[in-house]
Design a protein around this ligand. Structure first.
Ligand code: TYC
Length: 294
């Protein structure tokens, strides 16, 4: 988390405000002083669980960042370092959440019933409503992109705009093979595993990864491997789909399908982008997202 040094009275005011709001949320860290750059970390009760989120910026436009599974590089917190740090804080109020069972939104342990994406979508929307945002835009990565698609389809009046990348609306045999390849975390590279192992501990990480693979493979047995194909035509908000042409996890037919079925959506290709294009090409991605959201 970023902490900017600043004057003491601003810090006191920030602390006071967080104390006043403590009925709704429990501050985990005192907001840092300079409002422009401070990041608040808190938990709030939503749908029977305590969801953890970070919040930064003071703009009128609320943006929720939705992480991927586990999420790949950590949680809402670490999946989106360059976005939390650099998205325009005058224009946007940025919230990054940990879905239930991920990051600091534990307990409960993560589980994957067939409706887990719908549950995440409802949790995400209810979190933002609890935080008193009237309407929000979504930036969803990977599983977080799937959650964003479902939230936009099911709660259209609440979603302003949406940017998604690394998402898929259905599961194919090719996807199933890729899932199988990442099921055993002992086979991951040290570089991919270490940050998640530090956050979760080896056992929770290993167990949850296996559960996720089994969870997402459930969709393969539904007609057309359906996750949220049927919901795409219901999406009304302006939608930008970003795709890294070198993404080893998500084949090109997935963004093409979403582009075809979400009315008026835009597809932006990043030739050198992989699955983590918003981290590797953070400045380019942030500019793209900011321009689209405005
Ligand atoms: N959706 C996964 C996530 O949220 C990433 C992933 C995508 C993994 C496709 C495998 O075939 C795959 N991080």
């Amino acid at each position: 988390m970023m902490m900017a040094l600043g004057n003491r009275s601003a810090r006191r005011l920030g602390f006071l405000l967080s104390t006043l709001k403590s009925e709704i949320y429990v501050p985990l860290a005192r907001p840092a002083a300079a409002f422009g750059t401070s990041v608040t970390s808190a938990k709030v009760a939503v749908n029977g669980v305590h969801l953890h989120y970070q919040q930064t910026g003071e703009g009128d436009h609320a943006v929720l960042l939705l992480p991927g599974m586990l999420g790949l590089e950590g949680s809402g917190e670490t999946d989106f370092g360059p976005q939390i740090k650099n998205l325009n804080k005058k224009l946007f109020t940025v919230v990054a959440w940990d879905p239930r069972g991920y990051g600091q939104s534990r307990p409960p342990d993560r589980d994957y019933p067939l409706d887990f994406f719908e549950r995440d979508a409802k949790d995400a929307v209810d979190l933002m409503k609890t935080l008193k945002f009237k309407k929000v835009s979504l930036l969803g990565w990977s599983d977080g992109g799937i959650t964003a698609l479902i939230a936009a389809a099911k709660y259209p009046s609440y979603i302003h705009k949406m940017v998604i990348w690394g998402a898929n609306a259905y599961v194919t045999e090719e996807d199933e093979m890729i899932y199988q390849g990442i099921r055993d975390v002992s086979k991951w590279s040290e570089k991919s595993r270490k940050p998640l192992e530090t956050l979760y501990g080896y056992d929770y990480l290993a167990k949850t990864c296996e559960k996720w693979v089994d969870g997402i493979k459930q969709f393969k047995h539904l007609p057309d491997g359906n996750i949220c194909r049927h919901l795409l035509p219901l999406i009304q908000c302006p939608t930008l789909i970003v795709h890294g042409e070198k993404d080893p996890l998500v084949p090109r037919f997935h963004p093409d399908f979403i582009h075809k079925h979400v009315k008026g959506s835009r597809l932006h290709l990043m030739p050198e982008g992989k699955h983590n294009l918003h981290l590797r090409f953070a400045n380019e991605f942030n500019k793209l997202a900011e321009d689209f959201l405005q």
